[in-house]
Design a protein around this ligand. Structure first.
Ligand SMILES: O=P(O)(O)OC[C@H]1O[C@H](O[C@H]2O[C@H](CO)[C@@H](O)[C@H](O)[C@H]2O)[C@H](O)[C@@H](O)[C@@H]1O
Length: 365
């Protein structure tokens, strides 16, 4: 406790008070007020119990298999969802028609979109056929991978130098290292943008604490994604989820500058900066000189909650659309759906085939 920051929300006044033991630990843009430590601890205890239950409920809600076993989605519910979010494969011709005369730009999430979800995050490999397909896509359209993963780690999975990569939920962006027709002067390792560099020491510190704290919970795994962290609970017995939530919370309570979000059986910890996959999408469009064009058609494919920021951004811009990869009805701002990575691959293949046919037709004119 002595080494860390503490935040207490005063629900009556709506004011958050934070304490930093030394000036050097105060992050940029501070503005914190010192209050007696005894009062802080008392407030944390009062708020603690309720929030753990909320966390566990949320962990359950984010698990589609749990949803399936307890509240099977009724056929009518599924049908009405599919009517609102039809298959991007079934709607392929309409999608192409909507993109007519516009520059398609592809944004692809990684886990659950290009690679199937597996128990061990370090073994979430992408198939060779998916890699070949993504390579072909990148020859036809500017293409970016947008992921919660550390940028270098996802690059090791994808291994295509002609792509843009936005790692750590878009907080670490890099352009292609191999030149393509969309990046004629691609230079090795050009970092385009790092939104949260100031947070690196804090993220490393919290990573170590989370590793130590969660050690007793069998199956828990902490992943360092450079500018953010993931605490995986896919292999943790559901009876131990509240124990895990308590461990994570006991670390995070001392870091008011970090926030917690959730993905598929994963707790995600990231800086409280206004940056997400939607902002990364906008940044990449700007880098491509397409942000202010009316004739750009961005397509974002993703499977998880963090992808919703990008789907929403496209809706707000009124350009292109999002495709949610899911077998289950979910609240989403995406317009279309695909069930699994294999369907994503078929959709991408059709896009490439269409592009080749349309280029061939144009060259014959
Ligand atoms: O933005 P994404 O690329 O979708 O990253 C979100 C998280 O993806 C990874 O975890 C997920 O995939 C794992 C491998 O299939 C799976 O074991 C885990 O349960 C999923 O949540 C990644 O490991 C996390 O760090 C990302 O936060």
């Amino acid at each position: 406790m002595t080494q860390q920051n503490v935040v207490v929300s005063d629900t009556k006044s709506g004011v958050s008070l934070s304490v930093f033991p030394t000036a050097s630990q105060k992050p940029p843009g501070g503005g914190y007020i010192s209050i007696p430590r005894r009062r802080i601890l008392k407030n944390l205890e009062i708020n603690g119990g309720q929030r753990i239950n909320a966390w566990v409920e949320s962990m359950r809600a984010s698990s589609p298999t749990h949803l399936k076993s307890t509240t099977p989605s009724l056929p009518e519910e599924h049908n009405s969802w599919i009517l609102r979010h039809p298959s991007a494969l079934d709607m392929f011709d309409q999608i192409i028609e909507a993109s007519n005369g516009k520059q398609i730009v592809m944004f692809l999430d990684y886990d659950g979109t290009l690679s199937p979800i597996v128990e061990d995050p370090d073994r979430a490999f992408m198939s060779d056929s998916m890699r070949k397909t993504v390579r072909k896509v990148a020859r036809c359209f500017p293409t970016a991978i947008v992921t919660g993963r550390c940028k270098d780690k996802v690059y090791n999975f994808v291994r295509l130098a002609e792509l843009y990569y936005a790692g750590s939920h878009g907080m670490d962006i890099k352009g292609p290292t191999r030149s393509s027709k969309y990046n004629k002067d691609g230079k090795a390792e050009t970092v385009l943008f790092q939104a949260a560099s100031d947070f690196l020491p804090m993220i490393d510190e919290v990573y170590q604490q989370l590793v130590d704290k969660t050690k007793p919970t069998s199956g828990a795994m902490v992943e360092n994604n450079k500018f953010c962290l993931s605490v995986h609970f896919r292999c943790v017995d559901e009876k131990k989820w509240s124990e895990l939530a308590r461990q994570v919370k006991s670390v995070l309570k001392d870091y008011p500058k970090l926030r917690l979000t959730q993905g598929r059986k994963v707790l995600e910890i990231r800086p409280t900066i206004k940056w997400d996959k939607g902002k990364a999408l906008e940044f990449l469009l700007e880098s491509l000189g397409l942000a202010n064009c009316s004739d750009v058609f961005p397509v974002y494919i993703g499977d998880d909650r963090s992808d919703e920021d990008a789907f929403k951004k496209l809706k707000d811009r009124g350009q292109g659309f999002g495709i949610l990869v899911s077998k289950f009805p979910k609240d989403t701002s995406a317009s279309y759906s695909l069930q699994e990575p294999n369907e994503v691959m078929r959709f991408l293949q059709r896009l490439v085939e269409w592009k080749h046919v349309s280029l061939g037709a144009r060259s014959r004119v």
